[in-house]
Design a protein around this ligand. Structure first.
Ligand SMILES: Nc1ncnc2c1ncn2[C@@H]1O[C@H](COP(=O)(O)OP(=O)(O)OP(=O)(O)O)[C@@H](O)[C@H]1O
Ligand SMILES: [Mg+2]
Length: 238
């Protein structure tokens, strides 16, 4: 068996005295597209911020392809290959699309292959190539999300994490974005995506995890989870 791309064991994290994640474990196989779902406030963003080195763990271990991440700083985590596109995109609105993308490639490993990666990002999102010299603020919400995902790809992630990429997008843009995410997986990048759009994301995911009460309460193939009565009642209102 190959090593997991990402392995989280018994992770606990909180804010001050308030614990949010309590002994969370999960394992992601290389090349998979994995969905993480959970109610508002369940701790999904907290998990991504912890994996990214932005929040301190109180217990547990995070391994990326065998290397331990839990005591690394955020830039070291990116160097190791865990890269997230954060909730709310966080672009530089007065910089061009191209400049926003190139910021993603500032680490050494990514800088060396920057031009090639830029071609791949433009192949995924042709509109960004057409508009590369315009300010990011001139783009629609969906296009800005493409820049945010593209910027993360510019860092050459081994595992790419996306925090609610479809938030606020028109349905047609959501479908296009999800197609792009599936193509990123097909390029060989392991993808962890947090989504409120539970039905759509589980249709495309290889595996899904459900975060409840600070830990993973359920996992399975997307199809298995969509057939689960608790999941349907709680997250799909069925
Ligand atoms: N900076 C913070 N300080 C204190 N508590 C926080 C902070 N950020 C989040 N929390 C709390 O931690 C819990 C988990 O929040 P988190 O943002 O991780 O949830 P989430 O699953 O991403 O929710 P959403 O679906 O709304 O994005 C919530 O109860 C939230 O109020
Ligand atoms: Mg969140």
């Amino acid at each position: 068996m190959s090593k997991p791309a990402l392995e989280v064991s018994d992770l606990s994290v909180g804010y001050g005295d308030v614990s949010v994640l309590r002994g969370l474990s999960l394992s992601i196989e290389p090349g998979q597209l994995v969905a993480l779902i959970g109610a508002n406030g369940a701790g999904k963003t907290t998990l991504l911020r912890t994996l990214s080195g932005l929040l301190k763990t109180t217990a547990g271990r995070i391994r990326l392809g065998g290397n331990e991440l839990q005591s690394l700083r955020p830039h070291q985590v990116v160097e190791q290959g865990f890269v997230q596109s954060p909730e709310g995109k966080q672009l530089f609105p007065s910089m061009s699309i191209l400049e926003n993308l190139l910021i993603g490639a500032h680490i050494k490993r990514a800088r060396a292959v920057r031009d090639q990666t830029l071609k791949e990002v433009f192949a995924l999102f042709p509109i960004l190539e057409e508009r590369q010299h315009l300010n990011a603020s001139t783009l629609s919400g969906g296009q800005q999300q493409m820049v945010a995902v593209g910027r993360a790809l510019m860092a050459k992630p081994r595992v790419l994490a996306l925090d609610e990429p479809s938030l606020g997008l028109a349905p047609i843009m959501v479908d296009r974005l999800f197609e792009s995410i599936a193509r990123i997986r097909d390029l060989g990048v392991t993808v962890l995506v947090i989504e409120q759009n539970v039905f759509k994301v589980l249709q495309m995911a290889d595996r899904g995890y459900v975060l409840e009460n600070g830990r993973i309460s359920m996992s399975g193939s997307g199809a298995d989870l969509l057939a689960n009565a608790h999941l349907r009642a709680t997250y799909l209102g069925m």
